[in-house]
Structures are given as C-alpha cells and as structure tokens.
Design a protein around this ligand. Structure first.
Ligand SMILES: *Cc1c(COP(=O)(O)O)cnc(C)c1O
Length: 423
C-alpha cells in the first residue's frame, strides 16, 4: 500500500471481538498467560504476544507497524518521547569506552545529551566540523559505534547527503542513525538511501497537533551485525540481562530493535502511553496531506521574508539559491518541510522584538504543529549553550525559527508583516 493508505489502515484489522473500526486504546498494564508454558514461550521470544505494557501494548503495536511500513523498515519501537528514542538509539550500540561520531547541527536536547551526558557514561561524542561524509569519516576509529545526523537539522535547516554518508559509514563497518523528525517519511525515507536506524520525535509532524509526546525508533534491518561482531558483540554474544539470548540469531534482521525493546525499554521504561499512541495515530492519518500544506506555506513565507527590507537573511532549502537547495531537490523533490529560519536586521534585540510582536504565531519551543509557531533559540532552546556551541549548531543571536502551520497563507503572511512593522 502507499503511505496515505498505510497511515489509515496499516497494522490493524477490524477487531474480531468488538468489531471496533477505530484502533482500540488498550489501557491495560498486563496480559493473562494461558498457562506456564505460554508464559515461558513469550519470555523466550519463541511466540509473539503481550506480557507487560512497559515492554509492549496492542495500541502501541499498531502505531509501530504503521511507522515501520511508512519508513520501509523491518520493525519499530514506540517510546515516551523523541528524546528517549535518541538516547536508546545510541545506548543500544555504545557503552563506556566507545565513541559516536555526529554532525554538529543537532536539536538542542540531543546536543546536550551527546556533549554533556553521554561522556559521564564513558561514551565520547565526536562532533564533526560539518555535515559532509569526509568530515565524519575522519573521526571514525575501531571504537566508533554509530554515525549520527538529522536528515533536516533542527533548527539549522541543513540537509545531509544521506546516501553519501551511508556509503561512507558502511565501508567503515559502522551503523548509521538518522533523526528524521523534520522531514517525516512523507518527504524522505532514509532507509531507502542506506541508513540503518531511523528515529522520530512523534511529538512533532507525525502526531502533528501539539497534544502528545512520543518517539519511535525504526530498524532498517540491513546492517550485517554478525559480519562486524567485534564492533557489535551485543548482537552476537549471549545477552546476560535477557537470559542469554543471542539477538542476531533469535531475531535475524530485527536484532537491533528487538534488543532495544527487551533490554533498554524493559529495564529503563520510557514506554509510550496507549492513549498517546492512539492520538499520534489519529494525527498520522493526515500526515501526507498536512506535509503538502506545510511545505507550500513555508515556501511562500520564505519568499515573502526574502523580499522584505527588514530581513537580513532567510535559510530555507526550498528556496532557489539556498545552500541546500540541490539536496532538497534530490532527496525530497524540493519539498523542504515546514521549518525555516531567518534573521531580522538588528541582531539579538531585533529578533526578540519581532518574536514578542507576533499574534497568530505561538511563541513556544515546539515544531510540527498544525499551528504556526515561532522560537528565538538564542534566548530559549539554546540559551544554556555557550555562544561557540550555538554557532557550531548553526544558531546565531538574531536567528528566528518558524514552524509554519497549515493555516491560510494570507493570515500567516499578515502576522509576519505586522510583527516586522513593530521592529
Ligand atoms: C523535538 C525533537 C526531539 C525530541 O523529541 P521530544 O519528543 O520532545 O522528546 C528530537 N529531535 C528533534 C529533531 C526534535 O525536533
């Protein structure tokens, strides 16, 4: 089936007991075993089925199946937040003494996790100077467990040449992880370009209505863990915390996602609530329709800002002449999602003035809502970073990030116009 159809029907058949057409919210913690043998088979991963909602839930399972199909993966794991997906994506591969290699353009929370928290666990984060494959390649060594990037950086708006990065990393025998939150599978499917692991903050475009936190990890199923057993012993040697299972043997191509569920999720519990899984699915039903409008509106807003005398610069890969325009054409047919950044002439203070004068746009730290949203990272999301760290992540003092919603474009432009007039 095509994405639009998967988003509505994937992973669910009308419930045979109740004939419910909508996906039921299974608000339960546990599931009854038929007998002791059934319980043993479930725990041994010998038969599929439910044990405890910290590890799996039937509402969550429908969401996971839909995301798996839309991203062309072999399995998914829904989590409580995108941040949990970022954390687990790395901790499933790396431990004390290891390192990961990352592009510098990252979501602020991800940057803090990599720069400040992973080192306390003994995992070194090596930030490249840019997002090109050669920048990342230089930093890889025998202890590198992952190459990490965002397909479209938030808020930098850079687009990574995914196929080139995937080829480079595969040649070095290292798995690749991409945060596909801003692009969504409606615009870009990284697994098709050779990426191994895809993750999302479902909180953003996937849910799309700013009402529920969620995250998801998708396993592309193609990384040959057994060929690189020295780098990735967690898939080829018995797992002591899950009665000695060898994941590559027990789960084949779904080894990565199976281990994340049965080790990290089971032990640390960042489970999505069944109700949030339901709400995210409700939003996902219209993902493709919404992304079309987000892209059209963002391009129109970018064009408007580009021509405005009070605007210093605009960064949006959908604009001809943008540094990332060619990559946007190649990977997304020119549809560059709904996030754009720009600078008002007058630096930090002008940015704050513009931000405070907005009326329709909501001032907050979120993206991907149906509503138009605005953020001044230097005074909010990135204020805990040093100016050098901000610059490395593509944040300048004047930068305003807009998440363009799906309202009528005339109303969006009118609000930009009156806010610029107030500067
Ligand atoms: C918001 C966001 C996250 C974190 O997701 P939460 O659901 O807020 O935890 C991670 N990556 C990107 C690109 C994001 O925009």
């Amino acid at each position: 089936m095509k994405d639009e159809t998967i988003a509505i029907h994937g992973g669910y058949e009308t419930d045979p007991t109740t004939h419910s057409v909508a996906v039921p919210i299974y608000q339960t913690v546990a599931y009854e075993f038929d007998d002791a043998q059934h319980a043993a088979d479930l725990f041994n991963l010998a038969v599929p089925g439910n044990i405890y909602t910290r590890i799996m839930n039937p509402t969550q399972a429908v969401l996971e199946q839909r995301v798996t199909e839309m991203e062309h993966g072999v399995g998914s794991l829904a989590l409580s937040a995108g941040s949990a997906a970022v954390t687990y994506s790395v901790l499933n591969l790396a431990q004390a003494g290891d390192n990961i290699v990352s592009v510098p353009q990252l979501y602020g929370g991800t940057y803090s996790l990599f720069a400040h928290s992973f080192p306390k666990l003994g995992i070194e984060s090596r930030f490249a100077t840019g997002d090109a494959p050669e920048d990342l390649d230089k930093l890889i060594d025998a202890n590198t467990k992952a190459v990490f990037c965002e397909s479209i950086g938030n808020p930098a708006g850079n687009i990574v040449d995914l196929a080139a990065v995937a080829d480079m990393a595969r040649a070095r025998g290292v798995a690749t992880i991409v945060d596909n939150t801003v692009a969504t599978p409606a615009l870009l499917k990284p697994i098709d370009h050779g990426f191994d692991i895809v993750l999302h903050s479902l909180t953003k475009y996937m849910g799309g209505h700013g009402n529920s936190l969620g995250g998801v990890l998708v396993d592309g199923g193609k990384f040959p863990w057994a060929e690189h057993a020295e780098r990735y012993p967690m898939f080829t040697t018995p797992e002591p915390s899950y009665h000695g299972v060898v994941y590559a043997e027990a789960l084949g191509p779904a080894a990565y996602i199976g281990r994340t569920r049965t080790v990290l999720l089971r032990q640390t519990g960042a489970a999505i609530s069944p109700f949030n899984a339901f709400l995210v699915m409700q939003g996902m039903e219209t993902l493709n329709l919404r992304m079309e409008r987000h892209c059209d509106n963002a391009l129109a807003a970018a064009r408007y800002l580009q021509d405005h005398p009070k605007v210093e610069w605009v960064s949006y890969a959908g604009l001809p002449g943008d540094r990332y325009h060619d990559l946007a054409q190649r990977y997304m047919g020119g549809r560059a999602s709904g996030i754009l950044t720009f600078g008002v002439k007058g630096g930090f203070d002008a940015g704050v003035k513009f931000h405070d004068a907005l009326k329709l746009f909501k001032r907050l730290v979120n993206i991907g809502d149906a509503k138009s949203l605005a953020c001044h990272p230097a005074s909010t999301t990135h204020r805990q970073l040093t100016e050098a760290e901000q610059a490395a992540g593509g944040v300048t003092p004047d930068l305003i990030r807009l998440s363009i919603g799906i309202e009528h474009i005339d109303d969006i432009v009118e609000d930009l116009e009156q806010a610029l007039a107030a500067v």
